[in-house]
Structure formats: C-alpha cells, structure tokens
Design a protein around this ligand. Structure first.
Ligand code: EPZ
Length: 446
C-alpha cells in the first residue's frame, strides 16, 4: 500500500487542470463494446479504475490501445460473456458490461459487484429493468455470479423505483440496440449520463431526454465507430475548489464546467465563498469568516454525495455548527474517525426522517441497523497532524485536504484508493506548492 507524508500549512497557488471524468469514462469504455467498429475516446484520466476496465474489455475479446490520454477500443467480436470475478468484483462498473454482452451475445455472467466501503450498492434496479426488456436473470450464490440470458432485448417502458446513476447508464446501453422503443422514467439526471448519451448518439444511437427524468431510446440495428472527448471530472473540480478556498484562494482550476457543479456553487456562495473566472480557469476563494450551514446530499442537480467529504473539512473551519445529511449511501462517513484524530470536532447522529424508505436513495430496511446518516460539525477547529488510513476514494481526498491545512506532518496510508479516481494527485498538489511525498509502505497495522 502506498502512503502520503504531508506537511500542512503551505499556501497553495498555481494552475491545475481537471482530468477527464472517471464516472463518464468508465461507461464510455462499455459503450465502445456495443459496436464492432473502432471507438476513439479522448481526455482519458489515467486512473487505476480505467486500467481495471480495460482488462475487462480484453477479457471479453476486445483490443485496446492507450496513447497518452487517448484510448482506442475495438471489440470486433465478443469472445467471452463472462466477467471474471477476481477482476470484476473490484469495480462497480463491471456490472454495466451486461448491456453489450446481452445485446451482442444474448448472454452474460457478471460477478455480484457487491457492497463496498460506502454501502451495499446492489444492482436490483438494473436487473429489474433488464428483465422488463426480455432478459432472464438468476443469482447463483455458489459461484457468486449473476447469470442473464435473452432471446433478444426489446424496448420497454420502465420506471426506476429510485434514482440510480449507473442503473440509468446500463439500461440506456441495453436499449440502444434493442428491438423497438424504450422509455426510462425517473431516470438519473447526472451530467455523466448526458455525456454517455452524447457519445452513443455520435455512434448512431437515437436517444433523447424528452422531459425531466425521462429518456426515450429508439432501438437501431447497429452502432458505428466515433471519436469522442470525455467531459471534465466534477468531483475533481469541487475537490480543488474547496482546497483552494482553504489554502489561500490562489489555485486556478482549468476546464471546470460550472453548469455541472451548481449544487456546490450555491452552497459555497451561501457560506461566504466566491470565485473569479479568468481565461486560465476559475479561482475559488473566501475572504471572510466561513459561515456554518446545513446540507443534505441528493441526486443531481443537488449537492452530490461525492462532495460531502471535502465539504466536511470546509465546515470544520466555519465559525459555528454545521450538519451534513447523507441520503445516497448508508456508509459514507468513513473519514470521520480519521478526522477526529486530527482534532476535528464532529460526531454522527440519526436525523429524524418521516419516511426513510422513500427519503433515502439506498434501499432502507427498517431497523436493519441504526442508520447514522447525519454528521454534526463544530467549527472553527484548528487541525493537527495524525496517522490515518483511507477507507474509500472520496474519503481519501478528504484526508489529504485536511492534512494540507493541518499543523505538522501527517501520514495517510492506503492512498491506492485515491489513485482509483485522481490521476497523479500527489504530483499535481506538489506543483501547487504542497509539501507532499508518496512512498511504498507496509500495510498499516490497526
Ligand atoms: C454513481 O454510483 C457514481 N459511480 C458514484 O461515484 C456516485 O456517488 C453515485 O453515482 C451517485 O451520484 C459511478 O458512476 C461509477 P447509484 P452508482 O446507482 O451508480 C443504491 C465515486 O466516488 N442502489 O445512483 O453506484 C446504491 O447502493 C462514486 O466516484 C440500489 O440500492 O450510484 C446507492 O446507495 C462513489 N440498487 C444509491 O442507490 C440499485 O440497483 C445510489 O446509487 C442501484 C443503486
């Protein structure tokens, strides 16, 4: 496991470019498997999740060629319908291979993507939709695979019971070659879904958003190759924006798509933050006391769950009490224990919610366990160094931000998680003036 050693307190300044979006590129790779032609994808983030997905493309018989930040994928014929457990179980998006496998080979074996550190993350909403489109599905707990078959996917009207970002991605990609029209209702509005729609339409698909949360797909015979540039990463943009505001406000972030982070901008402004746009980018800063506030995460266009970790750090520096109510995942506060080691004054609590079964985006089972979906943060608390361990990707970014503003030298183990979603994070922070070093290290002993 790699570790970061960070000396906090430096003012950071300079330009940083936001990479291509992890949550767009992982689906673009799968979209490329829907055609026998070559698909070229630009603005690829060189993150470990990308390489896992390219392994899977090769496993099903595809050819991949990566040069710099441009990727070429060609899946002339799918030679295997099985996504191997040892690779597939590492990454949530392995389940989306269901779409090209069922569309082109009428069969798919995918490992249960299973829970991870942020929640159960089942794919029941994906499977239900595929069954409506003419697939049969069974989960074999002995081999740990979902077994799906179809005589041919057909169009269907399907309403998601609750928002699902990758569920929407999966059913769009299952519908583009299906026989007839598919109407997806209560479909996700995340901008990464729009990026996928734009890519697929450039490959000859016929997809449009007809009204809010409704997507209409007319099945076509085949898709053709294309060249497509991935959108910038919204999570990176917000991570660097919060970092800038906390370290002197002198970081210019290049290629931020402001329209995709309105859920953050409105709250940032409310607590006293501001930004300046210049040709080289956007500089986020705060020149006054940070005001405390209460937020609840929500599907797009709300405050995104992936932003709440970095936001929690921001609120430790606000003058007063703030809260974060996490409504998307059951276990998204993996960073809290680590931050309390740094002197953060925060504790989890159970917000009173009238109908948790419908209010929460995850599948809520009454009394299953005491859902601590709320975090109370008291500020302003100066943070000091600590030895910490990363629990999940976005919690990792949270610990790095905290260490960069804390007094003293902090050590963060398990930064491999971070590298799943942030390309050369340490190198980019160093160019901004951070005192950060990465070294190989033994597994952190609890
Ligand atoms: C995507 O996850 C992103 N990942 C997540 O980013 C992001 O946090 C999330 O959307 C919300 O925007 C990718 O796109 C690869 P969901 P996804 O399906 O699609 C439950 C990151 O750090 N659910 O919208 O898995 C689910 O468990 C990651 O980049 C079911 O119960 O999110 C979750 O609690 C983290 N059954 C909630 O719904 C289902 O069939 C939202 O899930 C599907 C989802």
């Amino acid at each position: 496991m790699n570790k970061y050693v960070i000396k906090g307190g430096n003012i950071l300044s300079g330009d940083v470019s936001v990479s291509g979006s992890k949550n767009a590129v992982l689906k673009a790779i799968i979209a490329a498997c829907l055609t026998a032609d070559t698909v070229e994808i630009k603005n690829i983030p060189l993150i470990s999740d990308l390489f896992i997905m390219l392994e899977l493309v090769k496993e099903i018989g595809g050819k991949v060629k990566l040069s710099g930040h441009t990727l070429k994928i060609e899946v002339q014929d799918i030679k295997s319908v099985k996504i191997p457990l040892e690779i597939g179980a590492k990454i949530r998006t392995s389940s989306i291979f269901l779409a090209p496998l069922l569309s082109r080979k009428k069969e798919a074996l995918i490992p249960n993507p299973g829970g991870c550190r942020i929640g159960a993350r089942p794919i029941d909403r994906h499977i239900e939709g595929l069954i409506r489109m003419g697939a049969t599905a069974k989960y074999d707990s002995l081999d740990g695979y979902f077994h799906l078959k179809t005589r041919g996917l057909h169009g269907s009207n399907y309403k998601f019971e609750k928002n699902t970002h990758t569920g929407t991605d999966t059913l769009i990609m299952a519908a583009v070659l299906a026989d007839g029209r598919t109407i997806l209702e209560n479909a996700a509005e995340e901008p990464e879904v729009d990026d996928l729609i734009a890519l697929l339409n450039s490959m000859g698909a016929k997809i449009k958003r007809s009204k809010p949360r409704t997507i209409v797909i007319e099945g076509v015979e085949r898709l053709h190759g294309t060249t497509y540039e991935i959108m910038p990463d919204r999570n990176e943009a917000v991570t660097f924006a919060i970092l800038s505001a906390l370290t002197g406000g002198k970081i210019f972030i290049k290629n931020v798509e402001m329209q995709n982070i309105n859920g953050f901008l409105s709250i940032f402004k409310k607590v006293g933050g501001d930004w300046e746009k210049k040709n080289s980018g956007v500089r986020f800063y705060i020149n006054k006391k940070i005001k405390p506030t209460n937020i609840a995460t929500a599907p797009h266009p709300g405050f995104m769950t992936d932003w709440q970790g970095p936001w929690a750090i921001f609120m430790t520096q606000a003058g007063g009490d703030s809260t974060i109510h996490e409504t998307i995942y059951e276990n998204r506060f993996g960073y809290v224990n680590e931050l309390t080691k740094m002197g953060a004054n925060m504790r989890m609590y159970s917000p009173i919610v009238k109908n948790p079964e419908t209010f929460y985006n995850f599948n809520y089972y009454n009394g299953e366990k005491d859902h601590m979906q709320g975090l109370k943060i008291h500020g302003k608390t100066p943070l000091h160094n600590a030895v910490m361990k990363v629990s999940d990707l976005r919690a990792g970014a949270t610990l790095v931000i905290a260490s960069l503003i804390a007094r003293g030298e902090s050590i963060i183990y398990g930064v491999d998680y971070l590298e799943r979603g942030y390309e050369s994070f340490d190198r980019r922070l160093k160019t901004l003036g951070a005192d950060i070093a990465k070294t190989e290290e033994e597994e952190f002993l609890e």
